[in-house]
Ligand binder design. Structure first.
Ligand code: PHE
Length: 370
């Protein structure tokens, strides 16, 4: 707190402030004794307070806006100039002493109140103390971490990639050329500018980034957010989560793909599930499939599998030679498989959630259930 006097009196040199101090001790006995007796008076009143309201009143009387200290400070100009600094200092010291006494009394009163409550009838020492409310991991984070662990145990590396991608990585290098009809199905958000930057519509661009940075043989998974410019409904949101998988090695066949997917299913649903492949078209895989799994929730058809006994699990396929070339590999030497697991869909299946928009809606009442 600035000294209210020093601004006016100024302390241009040590000599000046020394002479100030000397004059204080010499002649300013009036405010000196006043502040001493005021403090004694305040302390007595503070100690006499039996509750916080009374204490507040006494506090106001001495250190409030119109209180004794404030008045003393306001009257500084009535003192001869050489005494003003000393008066100001004593007023501030008084203020501090009073505040300290009030604080001490507050604590004593609070402790006394707790002690009194302990004696009272309502006190039960065996009740657990109130605990801080604990948050929980988002269900998407839970599934992501579980799958990361699972894939890491199978020798995969977890990779990350940018959410804003270039046209090259999101489309071109994935064998989706400028006029390719597959671009229409991607409902792309374009960033401002010449359309060269997009919000990635899938995690597949990280396939190319992985091929560029890692040496084959390689196994990677890439969890992350993707974006689609489409009208939202119970099963569509503009932002959702996928997990890309890419394996590149020599002599890779569809059997490897099916084997890996069966292991994935065992990890997710804790048991072996039959799978089937249907043809699916994605320009960056050849052949491309939609992989379905036996419905884990029923024997004879239910709402989740729409009575078909199959649930659509993920699109996948063998890596297209053009993708390997874009990544600088010779398709005669290397092959691979890739899959695009819908994490949002998986979370919905697992927890029986009927609207994908809950996932990123941010409603705590939803999130508290996990
Ligand atoms: N990236 C594709 C999509 O989001 C899914 C996919 C991934 C298909 C990998 C095949 C292989 O539609």
């Amino acid at each position: 707190m600035p000294d209210p006097v020093s601004g006016k009196a100024g302390t241009p040199s040590d000599a000046d402030s020394n002479s100030d101090t000397r004059s204080d001790t010499r002649s300013d006995t009036r405010s000196d004794t006043t502040t001493d007796t005021t403090l004694v008076d305040a302390q007595a009143k503070i100690l006499a307070c039996d509750d916080l309201d009374a204490l507040k009143t006494v506090e106001r009387e001495f250190v409030g806006k119109q209180g004794v200290v404030a008045q003393l400070l306001a009257s500084i100009s009535d003192y001869p100039p050489e005494q003003r600094r000393g008066v100001g200092q004593r007023a501030n010291a008084l203020k501090q002493a009073v505040q300290e006494a009030v604080h001490n009394r507050q604590q004593t009163l609070a402790e006394a109140r707790v002690a009194a409550e302990r004696q009272g009838e309502g006190f039960d020492a065996s009740l657990p103390p109130p605990r801080p409310r604990r948050g929980s991991l988002h269900p998407l984070t839970q599934v992501t971490r579980e799958l990361e662990d699972l894939f890491q145990s199978m020798g995969y590396t977890v990779l990350d990639g940018p959410e804003i991608e270039t046209d090259y990585y999101n489309f071109e290098a994935l064998n989706i050329h400028a006029d390719h009809p597959a671009r229409d199905s991607h409902d792309t958000f374009f960033c401002e500018g010449d359309g060269h930057l997009v919000m990635r519509t899938h995690t597949s661009p990280v396939q190319i980034r992985a091929l560029e940075t890692l040496k084959p043989p390689l196994r990677v998974v890439v969890p992350g957010k993707v974006f689609r410019h489409e009208s939202t409904d119970a099963s569509h949101d503009h932002t959702f989560h996928q997990m890309e998988g890419l394996v590149v090695d020599r002599n890779i066949s569809v059997a490897h793909l099916v084997g890996a997917m069966k292991t994935l299913l065992r990890g997710i649903f804790d048991r072996d599930l039959e799978v089937r492949l249907r043809p699916g078209y994605f320009p960056f895989v050849e052949p491309g499939f939609e992989l379905d799994a036996r419905c884990p929730f029923c024997q004879e058809g239910c709402r989740v599998c729409k009575r078909t006994r199959w649930i659509e699990l993920l699109p996948c396929g063998l890596v297209h030679p053009n993708v390997l070339r874009a990544g600088g590999l010779d398709p005669d030497e290397w092959g691979g498989f890739a899959f695009g697991l819908g994490l949002s869909r998986l979370v919905m299946l697992r927890h029986n959630i009927d609207d994908v928009r809950h996932l990123l809606g941010g409603d705590v009442r939803f999130l508290e259930q996990f």
